[in-house]
Design a protein around this ligand. Structure first.
Ligand SMILES: Cc1ncc(COP(=O)(O)O)c(C=O)c1O
Length: 466
């Protein structure tokens, strides 16, 4: 039995576990490195401890000081627990969409949490990083961790995660797979493994589908903690200094659906409860393993536990309401009403005025009652969209009515004159929908608005169900 002399000593030295069930039929050995075994429950404990120790060494953080960071959760939890142990105040700025469990955890460790709207351009003062920086600048004795650019973040993995993998596989690791948030985990670990293996270990970045790291459009996604989003109004796509892209040999792009369903499979088939980005990394590792022969050993990082996501990825109601359903649309569900599951919807740039939006829809020949969604402008006029990027729904008829009732309103932003709509997942039973007059229902397929249904379509079905 390992005895630790302090909580901080219980960070690192996580187990490698061979995936026997998920790896069945695959030629290489696939091992998961269980980072949720760190004392704070995630891979980020390593970076948090390393960054705080470096700040102390550099004289940036002293007794009575305050640790500040903008973080989607796990880094904050790591910083909060290390700060609690060492007697520092911890203040965390977190995106409003962060899982409720993580926010409660932060508060449990005594951190002060400020929730911040999470989808504004990097230059906006309200951006998470800018809010945290402004707070640190205004607070005497405060130190801003800046995990994205802090060299002590990847360094944590170069001195611990990498050597542990090398030691525990007796130097047999041939492929290393990890998701990328700040890039600290993949860069530090890869740097060590490349060096130890004379460059032969292959490094695979598992990237959420819309992330710009792997070539995506920067759009919003569901898995928290990995990938790189980009607000369309951002002038530059700035990648973290912690991420050394030269160390990555390949990117595997993994959809939200594949990440979530892989995490669920791991729980049900392997008995391993893992989070969303673990699902991303595991999906990539399993795909990679299909290509490899017996001589290979794949190690995949499992950044955190599924316990953080019991109310989302592991909740059947959440899964149904967001449209992440494994099977074909069943009879009696909203999905069965969509002509084509990935049909897509009309999209308009969110800044358009009432008259410009009406003109554009008319130019496209969109029927008067067909809804369109005002969304962050990613240069698409048709397709699926994450609901977080949508500001309003309109139709040619609703826009015309605005202009008729008040001609001056024609020059106002169309987003101020949206029609109400509700969001339902493709798996939602039609009988479960509240059918109010004029109600527009936006249907989520795999978490993105991919179609709409209106009351006239639903009424006969709902009646026949009851
Ligand atoms: C759940 C989860 N997965 C993956 C990562 C990515 O780790 P890194 O920032 O080291 O790239 C993070 C980082 O916060 C995370 O919280």
């Amino acid at each position: 039995m390992t005895v630790h002399e302090s909580v901080l000593d219980a960070i690192g030295d996580t187990p490698l576990v061979r995936l026997r069930r998920l790896g069945e039929g695959l030629r290489p050995k696939v091992y998961a490195k269980l980072e949720f075994q760190n004392i704070g429950g995630s891979v980020k404990d390593r970076a948090a401890l390393s960054m705080i120790r470096a700040a102390e060494r550099d004289g940036l953080l002293a007794p009575g000081g305050t640790v500040v960071e903008g973080t989607s959760g796990n880094t904050g939890i790591g910083l909060a627990l290390v700060a609690a142990h060492l007697g520092y105040r911890a203040v965390v700025f977190a995106p409003a969409a962060t899982a409720a469990e993580k926010i409660r955890l932060l508060r449990a460790y005594g951190a002060e949490v400020h929730l911040v709207s999470d989808f504004v351009p990097r230059s906006h003062p309200g951006h998470l990083a800018n809010r945290a920086a402004a707070f640190a600048a205004a607070t005497p004795g405060a130190w801003l961790a800046q995990q994205y650019d802090n060299p002590a973040n990847p360094a944590a993995h170069e001195v611990s995660t990498g050597p542990e993998i090398w030691r525990d596989t007796a130097g047999r690791v041939t492929h290393f797979v990890a998701s990328v948030g700040t890039g600290g985990t993949i860069s530090g670990t890869a740097r060590f493994l490349k060096h130890a293996s004379g460059g032969s270990v292959q490094v695979i970045a598992a990237d959420p589908d819309h992330s710009t790291y792997g070539g995506g459009d920067g759009g919003a996604k569901y898995v928290e903690g990995a990938g790189h989003a980009l607000h369309p109004d951002s002038t530059e796509d700035i990648w973290p200094e912690a991420f050394d892209i030269a160390l990555v040999d390949r990117y595997f792009r993994i959809t939200d659906k594949e990440s979530i369903l892989t995490a669920r499979r791991a729980a049900r088939e392997e008995g391993l409860l893992i989070g969303g980005t673990s699902g991303t990394a595991l999906a990539a590792a399993l795909r990679l393993a299909e290509e490899l022969d017996e001589g290979n050993t794949v190690v995949v990082i499992i950044p955190d536990s599924g316990r953080n996501y019991l109310s989302t990825y592991f909740d059947d109601v959440w899964l149904t309401s967001t449209g992440f359903c494994a099977s074909e649309a069943a009879a009696g569900t909203v999905g069965a009403l969509l002509p084509d599951a990935s049909a897509g919807v009309q999209l308009l740039a969110t800044g358009l005025t009432v008259s410009a939006a009406a003109r554009e829809l008319t130019r496209r020949g969109v029927p008067a009652d067909e809804p369109a969604f005002l969304a962050l402008d990613r240069g698409r006029s048709f397709g699926t969209v994450h609901p977080r990027e949508v500001t309003a729904a309109v139709t040619v008829r609703s826009l015309a009515a605005v202009g008729q009732s008040d001609p001056l309103a024609a020059d106002e932003p169309a987003a101020l004159h949206g029609i109400p709509f509700s969001l339902v997942g493709t798996g939602t039973a039609v009988a479960d929908l509240a059918l109010e007059a004029g109600q527009l229902v936006a249907v989520l397929v795999d978490g993105r608005i991919a179609g709409t249904v209106v009351r006239s379509q639903l009424r006969p079905l709902a009646l026949s169900e009851s």
